[in-house]
Design a protein around this ligand. Structure first.
Ligand code: PLP
Length: 455
């Protein structure tokens, strides 16, 4: 492919005209952007000739790795055959129908239906609309409140950002969170567990759901939404006591349980869906990202029989949908991607192959003097950087150390993400043992750098 313009011109066009998502728009005018030109397997190649190991699978999404020709071939073929048609007004297309049926095969048994969207945020907007419609159909329209958690991430639309519990997002918009959304505390033992054991703390945090339901009145509560493992919040793996108690409470008060699987879905945790790792049975699941391995935008809400039967039998019109719901090209890519994940055994790899090796190697870093805790499940993990292992005290100026570590890793050929001082790992599921070794070597060097700077 010929380059349309030289790199200096690309950087200028970008700086002059492109407002980037989740970026410091003031700083970007001075600093500019790095141009990623191509990618292969787990490696990114930029316009300055650097090769970087992508320890973050793009944005938690390139589960199948980069450069899979069969996905681009399927997209090209589908574009020629039928680039677009809508799914409104009694119409469908073959890839969307095939994808709906394939999802039934890989999801837990209570799921037989899907509503397609264009992204994770749209999926969570759809959750809000669908949950409210469900309770209307059940003649309990007072059940409107959705309970979520502080420090959760559920997207950037008004509904997504409201369900999310990111204080820094709410601070920039006085309209957030929207009406009928309530937040409880997160199960983040390392930072908030105090003197409690993880198990006691898990029960205490799950108990907040019950307290909130009682405070609001159970007849006013529609659903509880949570990521099985909070991703952007810092790969927060809840204590083992947490999810069973949440499930018990939702069942006792007849609250719908929504699992946001946008990150955890499609193999990240060594199961098809993160809820399966915790033995939880949700009523709805939001998905996106790994559904197409990020090759094209697509999302969905996976709907259990409990909800779908009501919507179908009592609901009639569901006045909700998107131009790109069931987009034929995205759906064709999703089908090819899911079949590759399945046929290449990549879910099992994340559980017991490369995933087991990743977890073992990451755990070795727990001994490092600046590391307070290592957490991991499947092929997702986190390292807590802290000043004191015993007291779990963070370094002063929280966030600065995470940035120091992240930038050092980047300069040495590894993309990691930092949430404050928590280093996050989420590599493509195709990562090899040798590539995991490379990731750990660079990470260890970055931890040494952190120790030296705090020396
Ligand atoms: N839910 C979770 C758990 C996410 O991590 C994200 C994005 O990172 C979203 C929802 C929103 O997805 P999107 O960016 O595709 O709108």
């Amino acid at each position: 492919m010929t380059k349309p313009v030289d790199n200096a011109t690309i950087k200028k066009m970008d700086r002059d005209h492109y407002l980037h998502p989740f970026s410091n728009l003031t700083e970007m005018k001075q600093v500019g952007s790095r141009i990623i030109e191509r990618a292969e397997g787990v490696y990114l190649y930029d316009s300055d000739g650097h090769r970087t190991l992508d320890g973050f699978a793009g944005l938690w999404c390139v589960n199948l790795g980069y450069g899979r020709d069969e996905l681009s071939a399927v997209a090209a073929e589908q574009m020629k055959q039928l680039p677009y048609y809508n799914s409104f007004f009694g119409t469908t297309n073959a890839p969307a129908a095939e994808l709906a049926a394939l999802l039934k095969e890989v999801t837990p048994p209570q799921f037989n239906h899907v509503f397609f969207t264009g992204s994770g945020s749209e999926s969570n907007d759809t959750v809000v609309r669908m949950v409210r419609r469900y309770w209307q159909c059940q003649e309990q329209p007072s059940r409107k409140v959705i309970i979520s958690r502080k420090n959760a991430y559920h997207g950037s639309t008004i509904a997504g950002a409201s369900l999310g519990g990111m204080g820094y997002m709410h601070k920039q918009d006085e309209g957030l969170p929207m009406q009928y959304v309530e937040h409880i505390d997160q199960p983040y033992w390392f930072a908030e567990g105090g003197e409690l054991t993880p198990e006691e703390f898990g029960l205490e945090r799950a108990g907040q759901l019950e307290q909130k339901i009682l405070e609001l009145g159970e007849d006013n509560v529609a659903a509880f939404i949570a990521e099985p493992i909070q991703g952007a919040g810092g790969v927060i793996v809840p204590p083992a006591s947490y999810w069973p108690e949440i499930q018990r409470i939702c069942r006792q008060y007849n609250i719908l349980l929504v699992s946001d699987e946008v990150i955890c879905g499609f193999g990240r945790t060594g199961h098809w869906f993160g809820c399966e790792h915790f033995g939880v049975e949700p009523d709805l699941m939001s998905v996106a990202k790994g559904m197409t391995s990020g090759y094209l935008p697509m999302g969905g809400v996976i709907v259990s029989d409990k909800v779908a039967n009501v919507l179908v039998e009592k609901g009639g019109d569901f006045n909700h949908g998107f131009t790109y719901s069931g987009h034929p090209v995205s759906a064709a890519v999703a089908v090819a991607n899911i079949k590759a994940l399945r046929d290449e055994g990549l879910i099992e790899e994340a559980a017991s192959g490369s995933g087991a090796y990743f977890r073992q190697q990451l755990q070795l870093l727990a001994e490092h003097p600046v590391v307070g805790e290592v957490r991991s499940v499947g092929l997702v993990g986190a390292i807590e950087l802290c000043a004191d292992k015993q007291s779990r005290d963070f370094f002063p100026d929280r966030g600065a150390t995470g940035t120091l570590c992240r930038l050092h890793a980047l300069e040495n050929g590894l993309v990691l993400r930092a949430t404050e001082d928590t280093m996050l790992f989420s590599p493509p599921l195709v990562i090899s043992h040798a590539e995991i070794d490379e990731m750990m070597t660079i990470t260890r060097a970055s931890l040494d750098h952190v120790a030296k700077c705090h020396g």
